[in-house]
Design a protein around this ligand. Structure first.
Ligand SMILES: *Cc1c(COP(=O)(O)O)cnc(C)c1O
Length: 497
């Protein structure tokens, strides 16, 4: 399997190269040049495997320069029972009206990012080895909250790596912030920036394409790499859980093998839903991919208004901060796939996006996208109402991001009459967004952030995940705040880690 950049497909690289480097030198994202099909034998094997085995099998289809033994070893470590609380790694919970919640938050940081970021350090360190790279990989992460902590947890004290995380100072939940600033480890740095997630993401992209920065780091034996979902090594592990969910639904009798499902994903950077789309390209039977957004509904407009992407709009801080994004990076990969790998077209659209903040997709390309995707959005009060209703009617406690997806799915079902069974990605533990969930349930907040955990347990009888409860005893280590214009200067901090 070979990989090319979405903006220049003339140069082909291996999976290991794509993972080690994160982003292509032209600013494009690495993509596989074809989609491996799941055969009847694969489906048979998948049905009888546990999550670790399913993950290794799916990854093996894409990472052909890794051996089956290597991938099995990484999956065993990444999804070790002690990291996932001894529970199923990615359980499917059936609810009313065809809803199946795919819980992706049983990992160490209680959000779905763990599913990829517990795997990525293994893939990355092996990729460095395979490509003969001897420099230290410096991982720069822009986060809207959850990626940062998941990447810190995955990479802390991993030999041959350093990690620096940038988060928007007022754009993450108190629990997310506490998780990040209390991170332990010798090779970690956490920086708050005055700006929003898009500012952080753009700044990190700028660092990646700055030749002077690269040369300076190179002199000190360092190279840049990425743990954002622009890195193929982040995306590839996410494909497996959609396939796994389908296997579980066949097993439980919710669907028959070959029946179609809908997949609804609360979306920010478009990584998680793109992984579902790729699973579909491999043969997972999917009717519609439903893209759910909060009030930052740039993607809803893209899908519902004929393929115009326009980030020139107000940015809102919402109760689902991990989706407060106006530049959804992975949409670039969808454009590449839907245009039959037209690198010139993608490069041109991305240039328009960088210069004017908008672009319009050609009608023939958009027609293909529209055939696969539906979309919807909801605001904070609708999400809060959904949390309350889901708890009162179905005794299911969900977080704010998941609530957005549930609401958008229910709207979709009412609007279309489509009763296809749906997998809805449940992307975070409700305890990670405690304040908003308590408020949605009509509870009374306490002052201190960690105390909220007990409040939510008191209201619902649901215990808080152990990694969040453990924050009570931890001291913050990082308090640096910089202006977004000064982000480049923070690269120097890497030297001292
Ligand atoms: C990151 C995140 C999302 C958005 O996922 P994307 O891959 O960026 O679209 C949704 N929910 C939660 C809880 C997240 O952490």
């Amino acid at each position: 399997m070979e990989y090319v950049s979405t903006r220049d497909k003339s140069r082909k690289v291996s999976a290991a190269y794509a993972i080690a480097n994160g982003i292509a030198p032209d600013g494009g994202l690495y993509c596989p040049t074809s989609f491996p099909a799941l055969t009847a034998e694969d489906w048979h094997a998948l049905a009888n495997l546990d999550y670790k085995g399913r993950s290794a099998l799916i990854l093996g289809k894409f990472l052909t320069d890794f051996s089956a033994e290597e991938l099995a070893d990484y999956a065993a470590k990444a999804y070790a029972d002690d990291k996932f609380g001894g529970k199923d790694t990615a359980p499917v919970v059936p609810l009313a009206d065809g809803k199946h919640l795919l819980e992706l938050w049983h990992g160490p940081t209680c959000a779905f990012k763990d599913m990829a970021l517990q795997m990525l350090p293994h893939l990355l360190t092996a990729s460095l080895r395979k490509t003969g790279e001897t420099r230290t990989a410096c991982i720069l992460v822009a986060t809207s909250g959850d990626t940062g902590k998941a990447a810190l947890d995955g990479f802390h004290d991993v030999e041959g790596t350093k990690i620096m995380v940038y988060y928007p100072v007022d754009g993450v939940s108190p629990m997310q912030k506490l998780q990040m600033v209390t991170q332990e480890g010798k090779n970690v740095e956490v920086v708050a920036i005055r700006g929003n997630f898009d500012d952080a993401q753009s700044a990190v992209k700028r660092i990646f394409t700055d030749e002077t920065v690269r040369e300076g780091l190179d002199k000190d034996g360092m190279m840049l790499s990425s743990a954002n979902s622009i890195n193929w090594g982040r995306l590839a592990p996410q494909i497996a859980y959609y396939v796994s969910a389908y296997c579980d639904m066949v097993k439980s009798g919710a669907v028959k093998m070959g029946d179609k499902i809908n997949i609804c994903v609360p979306t920010g950077n478009f990584g998680n839903i793109l992984a579902a789309y790729i699973a579909g390209k491999m043969g997972l039977p999917v009717n519609k991919f439903i893209c759910a957004s909060n009030r930052n509904n740039v993607l809803t407009d893209f899908f519902k208004k004929g393929g115009t992407y326009d980030k020139n709009r107000d940015f809102y801080t919402t109760t689902s901060p991990s989706m407060d994004i106006l530049i959804s990076s992975n949409l670039e990969r969808l454009l590449f796939f839907a245009s039959d790998y037209d690198d010139k077209l993608v490069a041109d659209l991305m240039d328009q996006l960088a210069k004017g903040g908008s672009y319009q997709v050609a009608a023939d390309v958009f027609a293909k996208i529209e055939a696969d995707f539906d979309a919807g959005c909801c605001d904070d009060s609708a999400a809060a109402q959904t949390i309350k209703e889901l708890w009162e009617n179905e005794h299911y406690l969900c977080d704010t991001h998941t609530a957005v997806a549930v609401r958008v799915y229910e709207d979709y079902r009412a609007r279309t009459g489509d009763t296809t069974p749906a997998v809805i990605a449940s992307t975070a533990s409700p305890f990670k967004f405690c304040r908003s969930v308590i408020e949605a349930l009509g509870g009374t907040l306490e002052k201190d952030d960690v105390s909220q955990l007990g409040v939510l347990t008191g209201l619902t009888g649901v215990p808080a995940p152990a990694p969040l409860a453990a924050l009570a005893g931890k001291t913050p280590r990082f308090d640096r705040v910089v202006d977004k214009a000064d982000i480049l200067s923070t690269v120097g901090l890497l030297k001292d880690l």
